[in-house]
Design a protein around this ligand. Sequence first.
Ligand code: ADP
Ligand code: MG
Ligand code: MG
Length: 206
Amino acid sequence: TIAHARSWIDGFASRCDEQKAYLTELDSAIGDADHGANMARGMGAVRGALSADEPQALDALFKAVGMTLVSSVGGASGPLYGTFFLRVGMTSGAVDSLDGAGLSASLHAGVKGIVDRGKAEAEDKTMFDAMAPALDALDASLAEGGDLAAAASAAAEAAAAGRDATEPLQARKGRASYLGERSIGHIDPGAASTALLFDALAEALS
Ligand code: ADP
Ligand code: MG
Ligand code: MG
């Protein structure tokens, strides 16, 4: 429902704020030390935009989130998460609720947006490495008859595992790829923020 979506976005914003130093620390190892600031600023701006204008349909809500991220975050993560939410909204449509299949389709469209934009593949050491397993786990749980809460919880666990699995990888996309082999041995910051995204979804749907 709209209320669940609001709670998801709000929970993601809180997590980005609380974990700002952690995300920045990850980005200082293999990037330019701004991922925490980027996400906290972007999601803070999203909170402001949503409180100024309370969208009454899922497409309008996610569109507002995406547009705000694209316009308020300068780094790679702004257009990537922005495109994610824009596509989630386009696929949700002008409705006030989604079932499991609808949520899955919307999230898949969002991840496809990230791939269209950033061309990430599995094991490139990006946010995609947390997103893809999260959606696989969500779909597997729904296929077994799991409800939305169970499916989102499985997705959150898989996203966290995907985040951890970026550590031994060598980055092939984004700023971290400039480091070559020196990117090995560090968790990808975007995969870490994606784990927060799915953790927030699981809490919102619990
Ligand atoms: P910037 O690298 O511009 O400073 P951020 O630090 O906010 O931006 O975000 C970095 C994160 O963006 C990386 O950790 C990675 O997960 C993600 N990222 C970068 N390039 C890509 C890409 N081409 N596809 C998917 N994700 C990417
Ligand atoms: Mg950065
Ligand atoms: Mg930057």
